[in-house]
Design a protein around this ligand. Sequence first.
Ligand code: NG1
Ligand code: ZN
Length: 543
Amino acid sequence: NIDYVKVFESSSAFPRPSSFCPSYGTAGFRADASLLLSTLFRCGLLVAARSLLLGKSCGLMITASHNQVSDNGVKLIEPDGSMLPQDWEPAATALAQCSTDQEVVDSLRSILTTGVSASTLNTPSCEGILSVLFGYDNRPSAPDLLKAAVAGVAALGVQHQDVGFVTTPMMHFVVHQWNSPCRPASTHEAQETYFETLIGAFEQLVEGLPRPPDGGQLLIDCANGVGAHHLVKVQQRLWSAGLQMVLFNTGDGQLNMECGADHVQKERVAPTGFPELKPYSRCCSVDGDADRLVYFTVAGSTSEGTTMLLLDGDKIASLTAAFIKDLLKQLPDSVGSDIKVGVIQTAYANGASTSYVKEQLLLSVECTPTGVKYLHQAAHSYDVGVYWEANGHGTVLFSAELLRRLEKAERVCSAAKDLLLLSKVINQTVGDAFSGILLVEAVLRRKAWSLSQWDGLYQDMPSRQIKLKVADRALITVEDAERKCVTPAGLQKDIDALISEYPAGSRAFVRPSGTEDAVRVYSEAPTQEQANDLACRVGKAVY
Ligand code: NG1
Ligand code: ZN
């Protein structure tokens, strides 16, 4: 009982710009915001169709994360708070690329009929139960894009809920809550549950511990993004738990402009608007939609100035894996003798972090292609799957079976209780900067560690990342978790020849970006000069 005439008519208000050929990338669709109205309308159709097929409420988040303010994008969220399944991505791309309204109707019809063979189509009239949830960051293009997405959902007769300004991870949490048996009365209440779950668990993890010697001060760069909007609301409560968050770049400046986690991690500089830093003062930076987090500080000043220290996603993963491993060791055999722990990384993980996890922590490491959807999926095959991208996007997944065992043991075993609290502090649906802050702060406090002790877990191998503009990035295809080029023919041989000119342990790879019109080159070598040089020469080989 889908009204395809209505779909056709609604679609005609959102024609695709003829020169724009969107495709579902590393994290959904992303482009200059002015191009995206048709994409948002069609994502509205898609997410409503998926909700009807599943009989549950899906979510749609409008954001372009760390990209410049003139860009925007869309991330689609499953009822359980996870990302759109990968086998739906081709259909999403096909729908977004349709040239005519009739093609849109046909593409949607095909999505619904293929899907229906696997499930039944639920009626839009399951009032209040079945709706699409919308969230967005603070980009000025959000209101228009929201209207287009709402029109798409309405064309299928499905209701929607406007969750408002939220971080991407909050939105994943809210959608998960909305579909849970104890569904909140409103999306506002779901947001309150989010903060209560994370902060409540943090408070218990640090209860009774002395405040850090620096008074617990953490300087946070909010990238002028949506994170600031929410962090101000919990500042006071966290201050009582010994965490003094001092917020910078809260919205006066331009989103992600010389600030934010991506800028700090890639450029290795403090964000704009920061005060002069005292050695080892604790600082961190989140990205525009607050799903990425990196810590940074400066080491003691020299005559040439201070040295910036970056504690990236790899360091957060290593700290977390080390802490969890210690707790697991304390579990009685009846609870924890056969627990499978894995750390999942991408090719961008610093080689020193991989060695640390394998050789010091003796944990298994798996490498997946770039994009948290791949890491998240891999993490599901462990009882504890720790995953982070070097850029600060990641989380830890606990299996349902392990949580059950921990719940049984928590009254008699403090390690079991701590692991359960960790599973609440850590957002189980997706990487989350706020959750990451609470995690890092709790672990440092529990270990009574300074930033310098954390940084000392291992020393990063010098690395270099560059971005190249090429005529057609699709000409470069890759395999082996993106560490080897398949095409153009001969490129991998050239890269191998260049690497062989550098000391053992050096490496480099090239891959097309899935979020920007660019090709990325990454290198590692024993000295920074060699890493720079290698990246630059590999970059030249690409042209
Ligand atoms: P692309 O543009 O595909 O490299 C970038 C990041 C990913 C991921 C996505 C989504 C790097 C090298 N790549 O993907 O890790 O975070 O954006 O935001 O940082
Ligand atoms: Zn982001």
